[in-house]
Each structure stands twice: as C-alpha cells, then as structure tokens.
Write a protein that binds this ligand. Structure first.
Ligand code: PLP
Length: 402
C-alpha cells in the first residue's frame, strides 16, 4: 500500500521552508555551519523576547491550561480592539479572533470565503502563504504586479485589469514581505477604491505595521475604509519578536451586516480548532499594553535600522545587483540584472549558493515573482554578519554561470 499526498497539494507551493532546506540540513549534519537567511525568525538572530511579556506569560501559565473561547480570551481581544480603536476604527471585542499566528487565521479566513474557482487578487511578489492557502481552498490566486521601478508599489492598472466576475477579495501586504515597501496613502486608497467599485473583501496583512524605517508612515486599510468589509491581520511574531509563541489576531471591520453568513462560517472554523494556544493568548495583553516598543530598534542608530542600511548598501555594491531601499519589515528583495548574470533557474541559483557559500536565501519565484532575477535576504542578522554574507554572495555571483 502506497500513501500519496492529496492531489489538492499538487499546485501548492511554499518555498520559504522548501526543498533547499534538506540540503542545508545535510550540510549541517556533515559539520558545516550554514547561515540561514530564509525565515523571518527574530529569535535566531539574538533578538530576545521582551521581559514583560515573558513575565506575564509565566504568571498566567498555571491558569492557562484549559481551552478558551474559540475567538480567544476576552482580556487579549479587548487589548487588540483598543489598539485599533486608538487608530479611529470602530472595533468591538466580538470583531477580534485570536489565532495560532497570523498563518492560521489567513488559512481560516480564506477557506471560509472561497467557492471552487473564486479568484483572489494577491501581490507579486507575495508572502507565499496567501497564494498557497487560496489554491488549497480551491480558489485561484491572481497576481497583480508590484512595480520595482515605483518603489515596489502595487500597479493599480494591472490590478484593475485582473478583476473578473469571479474576484472575491484583494490581499494587501503592507509593509510588504518580501520587498520592504510601505505604501503611501494614495496607493492604499487606490486599492480600496477598486475593492469598493467591484464589491471585494479586503484582506489586509499588516503584521509589520510597526516595523518602519526613515519617514515611512503606515496607513491601515481598515482605517481608510470604514465602508468596506476589511479583515486586518497582525500579531506578536515580528514586532514583539516571539514568533515561536504563535500568537496573532484578525480584526473584522466595516459593514458586518453584509458579511453575517461569512462570519458564521469563520466562527465555525474557529470553533473546529477549539482555540488558539492559551498561554500565547495571555502574551497579547502584556505586549500591547506594555512599555516595550520596537521603535528603538527601527529608529536611526537602532539595530534593525543599521542592518537594513548595511544590507541595502552592500547589495547595491555588487556589480549587476540593485535593491530598492526597504522602508519597512525585515527583508530586502534585490534584483540580479539578467544582462550581467543570466539566471535561468533561480532555485538552482539558491542551491548552488548554499552548497558553495553555506548561505541560504530564498529565490524570487518562491514569492510568486514571475521571473528568475530576484532573491530575498533577511535584514535580521547583525551588520557584521550581513556584511560578510553579502560580500560572499557578491564573490559567488562574479564567477557564477548557469
Ligand atoms: N504575513 C506575513 C507578511 C509574514 O511575513 C508572516 C511571517 O513571516 C506571516 C504573515 C505569518 O506570521 P505568523 O508568525 O503570525 O504566523
């Protein structure tokens, strides 16, 4: 008897933790040290969990051994609601769902929405979970282009041209993974306008909403469109550096009377997985109400700011490589000029880099980017580590032929 994966998985792609990992593991088992620059996991790069969050979780642990309400504990949902009320949004505790990270909530939100063949507008490049989950739910991911020449902002004409009568929702990832773009108000409003005209649900992945550099300002989609049904996703993984706790939230805003049936479905999916991990739910109130802030890391002189600068400068110093300066998040998405280094297969490029230099990055096509001329690198490692790693990538590229 042979057990085979479901054919439902045949079109699903998730390269951030993809097959190259097996090679990285094998190298480590053979005694090599591999610099893993593939997952945005702050803990791997010496970022500590804020003490206040740890203390609160430890204090609550003896009382966190039971299932909670499927939407999450009230104290945490209230803290989340207040976070958005402070931005002028109308949010009630019942509009908040807590989940095992944003990832779980993305999966629930998309599954509850789509009929087979329904279309979702998703950016290219994207955080590939959105495409994978849409495909798995029987939907069709339709990618709208983000324009590298325009600081990686979404191309609204391209987006408009891809709307059909099957389009159900539009995904906005702002600040963006992998590009680091932070969208100006007009761009967010332009997307919202299309959603308004075509009756689309807005799925706003704002997990990096506090990770901003220079003069970047985050414009929350829900705050700009109280007349639209917007689901906003955020959590503790990045801003509070506790990705392993698996703690996130989803907030529903807008004319919920138009989404009553959908929300019943979402509530049912939330109850089917009983509840999110309870100790991690107790981290939310401490995080949102506490003194700790990521601002000291992202402001000039802060660790994340310096690392972003180093990565951007070093990448642009490589002949044939250019990189738009990230204004937010934890990544850079450089371009390898095909006239200088022709990469036919970017997964092979990433594998060759790993085998030769023991550095693991992720190929651009892993983010549903249509051409083989980009890769994503984290800006999480210390500046000296980034300097060495990017220096080695430059040397590797100079002699690389495919
Ligand atoms: N959304 C984006 C844009 C991300 O980059 C990530 C993680 O890298 C997630 C969602 C998932 O976050 P979580 O740890 O909350 O599941």
């Amino acid at each position: 008897m042979e057990f085979r994966q479901s054919s439902k998985l045949s079109e699903v792609c998730y390269e951030i933790r993809g097959p190259v990992i097996e090679h990285a593991n094998a190298l480590e088992e053979a005694g090599h040290s591999v610099l893993r620059l593939n997952t945005g996991n702050p803990a791997l790069f010496g970022f500590e969990a804020p003490e206040e969050i740890l203390q609160d979780m430890i204090r609550m642990l003896p009382r966190a051994h039971g299932y909670t309400d499927s939407r999450g504990v009230l104290s945490a949902r209230r803290a989340v609601a207040q976070r958005y009320q402070a931005l002028g949004m109308e949010v009630d505790v019942d509009d908040v769902f807590l989940g095992n990270g944003v990832s779980e909530l993305v999966s629930m939100a998309v599954t509850a929405l789509l009929e087979d063949g329904d279309e979702v507008l998703i950016p290219a490049p994207d955080f590939p979970l959105w495409t994978a989950v849409t495909t798995l739910a029987g939907g069709k991911a339709v990618h709208y282009l983000c324009d590298e020449q325009a600081d990686w902002y979404p191309d609204l004409d391209d987006m408009a041209s891809k709307i059909t009568d099957r389009t159900k929702a539009v995904v906005i990832i702002n600040p963006n993974n992998p590009t680091g773009a932070v969208y100006p108000k007009e761009i967010v409003e332009g997307i919202l306008d299309l959603a308004r005209r075509h009756g689309l649900m807005v799925l706003a992945d704002e997990i990096y909403d506090q990770i901003l550099y220079d003069d970047a300002v985050h414009h929350s989609a829900a705050a700009l469109a109280p007349d639209l049904v917007v689901l906003t996703f955020c959590g503790l993984s990045k801003t509070y550096r506790v990705a392993g706790f698996r703690s996130g939230w989803l907030v529903v805003t807008g004319p919920k009377q138009h989404a009553k049936n959908y929300l019943e479905g979402l509530t049912m999916l939330a109850s089917m997985r009983l509840c999110a991990n309870a100790p991690a739910q107790y981290a939310i109130q401490a995080a949102l109400g506490g003194r700790q802030s990521i601002h000291e890391l992202t402001a000039p002189g802060g660790r994340l700011h310096e690392q972003r600068d180093t990565a951007w400068r070093m990448l642009n110093d490589i002949p044939g490589v250019s990189c738009v300066k990230p204004k937010g998040a934890l990544y850079a998405f450089p371009r390898i000029d095909p006239a200088v280094h022709k990469i036919h297969d970017d997964e092979k490029f990433v594998l060759d880099l790993l085998l030769r230099e023991k550095i693991q990055v992720v190929q651009g096509t892993g983010f549903n980017w249509p051409t083989t001329d980009h890769f994503r690198i984290l800006t999480l490692p210390h500046a000296d580590v980034l300097e060495t790693a990017i220096g080695r990538i430059g040397r590797f590229l100079s002699g690389y032929r495919q």
